[in-house]
Design a binder for this molecule. Structure first.
Ligand code: GDP
Length: 446
């Protein structure tokens, strides 16, 4: 996330040195202006930013430190507008969220992502299927909820979304749910009928939040549709979807300032885990190439069970890491989201995120072979990898429909993973890892 924008800032920052003259400042600002416009940041937002940074840097003295200080402060001011940040829980559960957006914007997928995000944070979430316009919408929700073990309320016989939302709220209250998320109908364009339907649901639910899902690929059109929905419905937050496919990325920078509605989350992929919080303080750090350890820590602590992690570390140290542990680790990794987004949060490595081609670990041929192999093992073999002799390997290969070479390769991969796990599980291992990370952190030009 923010790879292109981060690169724009980095290039501009590199144009100016510690003690420098007006010419260098102008060059840096021109460069920044050009790349921000190219990234599709609205020209007025760019103009104001450049003007403020120029005035402030001149006032404080032209040089890298003042330039950086002013740039950071002004980006923060663009991102931070009044309104809530992140997900805010109502003091009287269930917190109700109405999801709105145009058809195809990613509204249904985002509803599931948000529910999954909250579920990982130990909240009880109910989704209500109130998109009755698109025939496949309920089916899509059913499948996604099943895949991600989420609760869904739907009623295929009821044609009035207002009544469905009312019954869903009743169910959420009775079932002591923490959050109710209501997926509503979208249209290809904003029309009176859609607005009327949404207002009806709004008046029934009196939701705590109305999130508008905007497709970042539609650029400045996304901004206009947010403004329009806000005028007619009153929205409390924007979620930008498909940000992973947006090579420009500038919409995220200007959208809050342009519409007066805070950007709350960003969708960065099609899977349930691909949703990220948008917290201005953290985003500024990321844009300045300083990483975002706060989000990384929050994300990992929500997913990793501390007790289980301790147990696993003990096992790793003793060299008892087995195939069951391996599968469990793979499942946890899946919940963390894409590798690209994780790397972008590590100080000094954010520049690298753009170069990483996102690998689909789960569907890679290696992973498929590994899973097939493990499923053909006996319980004893999974727990004690060392007993795998040639005759057992032959039997496993046959059972899994793999060649013996595939099995040998998968076992080798597992052994390497176990070796790495042992190395980094000790105190010295952690020190090595931290050393590696802080050395990388010094790599970014300041
Ligand atoms: P809706 O009509 O607004 O409910 O749209 P959907 O939720 O059905 O999404 C439309 C398409 O966009 C689907 O193929 C989704 O998988 C895809 N999509 C949604 N969000 C994202 C995202 O953040 N990144 C990517 N790459 N695709 C997304």
């Amino acid at each position: 996330m923010f790879g292109t924008l981060t690169d724009s800032f980095k290039t501009a920052i590199n144009k100016i040195r510690f003690a420098d003259d007006e010419k260098a400042l102008k060059k840096a600002l021109d460069n920044l202006k050009k790349s921000l416009l190219k990234a599709d940041v609205h020209y007025k937002v760019v103009k104001d930013l450049i003007k403020s940074v120029e005035l402030e840097t001149k006032k404080d003295g032209i040089g890298k430190d003042n330039f950086l200080k002013s740039l950071k402060k002004n980006i923060f001011e663009i991102l931070k507008i009044s309104g809530s940040q992140g997900f805010v829980f109502s003091s009287r559960p269930p917190t109700t969220v109405l999801m709105a957006g145009l058809q195809g914007s990613g509204k249904t997928t985002t509803t599931v992502k948000l529910a999954y995000y909250l579920k990982l944070r130990k909240k009880k979430v109910l989704i209500a299927a109130c998109d009755l316009q698109r025939l496949a919408a309920i089916e899509q929700l059913k499948q996604l909820c099943e895949q991600n073990e989420l609760d869904l309320y739907f009623d295929e016989h009821e044609k009035n979304p207002k009544i469905i939302s009312k019954n869903a709220l009743k169910k959420a209250k009775e079932g002591l749910y923490d959050v109710l998320i209501v997926d509503t109908a979208g249209r290809l364009a904003i029309d009176d009928e859609l607005m009327h339907e949404l207002k009806d649901i709004k008046n029934t639910l009196i939701p705590d939040e109305i999130f508008y899902v905007a497709d970042s690929l539609s650029g400045q059109d996304a901004v206009r549709s947010v403004s329009s929905f806000n005028e007619q419905l009153g929205i409390t937050g924007v979620i930008l979807s498909k940000y992973d496919g947006d090579s420009k990325g500038g919409v995220a920078l200007g959208i809050s300032k342009q519409t007066g509605v805070p950007l709350r989350f960003v969708g960065i992929g099609e899977k349930a885990a691909d949703l990220e919080l948008f917290i201005p303080e953290r985003v500024v750090n990321r844009l300045m190439g300083e990483g975002d350890l706060a989000t990384l820590a929050e994300k990992t602590s929500a997913i990793i069970d501390e007790k289980q992690a301790k147990k696993l570390t003990k096992k790793m140290k003793k060299g008892e890491f087995n195939f069951n542990d391996f599968l469990e680790q793979m499942e946890s990794m899946k919940k963390l989201g894409s590798m690209k987004s994780l790397v972008g949060m590590i100080p000094g490595l954010s520049g690298m995120a753009n170069q990483i081609k996102d690998m689909d670990l789960e569907n890679s041929s290696e992973m498929k072979a590994m899973k097939a192999m493990i499923s053909s093992m006996t319980k004893k073999e999974r727990e004690h990898p060392s007993i795998l002799n040639n005759s057992r390997k032959r039997r496993i290969a046959k059972g899994a429909g793999l060649s013996q070479m595939d099995v040998n390769r998968s076992i080798k991969q597992f052994q390497n993973a176990a070796k790495m796990a042992k190395k980094f599980s000790g105190k010295k291992g952690m020190q090595d890892l931290q050393g590696m990370m802080s050395a990388q952190g010094r790599g970014f030009p300041r």
